[in-house]
Ligand binder design. Structure first.
Ligand code: PDD
Length: 281
């Protein structure tokens, strides 16, 4: 495998950044994960738009122009022979002597890009059987709308899920309302068949897959209600599914040991997923 690190393409095993990189010391960096399907980068423009937003909210410089960035992404995918998979892109505030205060504005940001092949049969199996989830109090900071590499709470949540035999942890805020998964957005289909997902104005990351599925539902004439829903409403929903670039649309069949709906993946998730790929392809 080959990784791009600050201007060079290196063997994955030798790819490294400096010990005083601010990403390493302060999680002072942002990232994107994006799907590559049949050689096409899915929703690249939206991912790069969100990257620009994250960078500007943290007053970080973009490491290069969008055209150059796109070229490097394609080159990393090509060198790793990724037809179906993911790329990972991380920008940090660069290398500087440890100090909480931002380094001078001329400090060059660090840029790392990697790509990996994913196995479609593993994803297909998850869609067929569905996943299990647990719920946890949302203990993250207030700016989860910025896609930063400060993911320790998310890592702890996923680990807790794993230790309980589940694959995702779903956060619930102090009012009992669902925010999002450790690395996914959450959707439910209520008893009347209405599709519901939380508004992205506050408390969640505005997922690119979430936005993509909004396009799909519009095409299919399916109404989406953007409103908050509680843990209880989620547990009694007809369907629950989660979305992210890594998982597009995985059904959740059990939460905190309770079956969701009839305990099997739902029809809505299936319909939306297949249409998403029809459009993406
Ligand atoms: N995570 N919410 C959180 C907290 C996330 O980390 C992610 C994605 C999403 C979904 O966003 P998108 O549809 O743009 O992938 C929502 C990536 C995949 C990750 O950390 O691996």
């Amino acid at each position: 495998r080959i990784a791009y690190v600050n201007g060079r393409y290196l063997p994955h095993a030798d790819a490294a950044v400096h010990i005083e990189d601010r990403g390493y010391q302060f999680a002072d960096g942002v990232y994107e994960v994006c799907e590559i399907r049949h050689g096409v980068i899915v929703d690249l423009t939206r991912h790069l738009d969100r990257l620009d937003r994250s960078l500007s909210l943290l007053r970080m410089k973009s490491p290069m122009s969008r055209a150059a960035l796109t070229q490097v992404i394609r080159e990393v995918a090509r060198r790793n022979r990724v037809k179906n998979g993911l790329f990972y892109l991380q920008v940090t505030r660069g290398v500087a002597r440890r100090d909480h205060v931002y380094p001078s504005a001329d400090t060059p940001p660090s840029l790392v890009i990697t790509a990996k092949i994913t196995d479609p049969s593993v994803i297909a199996k998850k869609n067929e059987t569905g996943l299990k989830a647990i719920t946890l109090p949302d203990n993250r900071w207030d700016r989860v709308d910025i896609k930063t590499v400060g993911l320790l709470p998310n890592a702890m949540a996923r680990q807790a899920a794993k230790e309980q035999g589940a694959q995702e942890a779903i956060y619930v805020d102090s009012r009992g309302m669902v925010t999002e998964g450790a690395a996914t957005n959450v959707w439910i289909v209520d008893k009347d068949g209405l599709l519901i997902t939380r508004p992205a104005e506050h408390g969640i990351l505005r997922g690119i897959t979430r936005t993509g599925l909004m396009d799909v539902t519009e095409k299919l004439g399916i109404r989406v209600e953007e409103r908050e829903f509680s843990r209880e409403e989620m547990l009694s929903a007809r369907e629950v599914f989660i979305t992210a670039a890594t998982s597009i649309c995985f059904p959740i069949v059990e939460i905190d040991g309770q079956s969701i709906g009839n305990g099997h993946p739902g029809a809505m998730a299936e319909r939306i997923r297949s249409t998403f790929f029809d459009i993406a392809e």
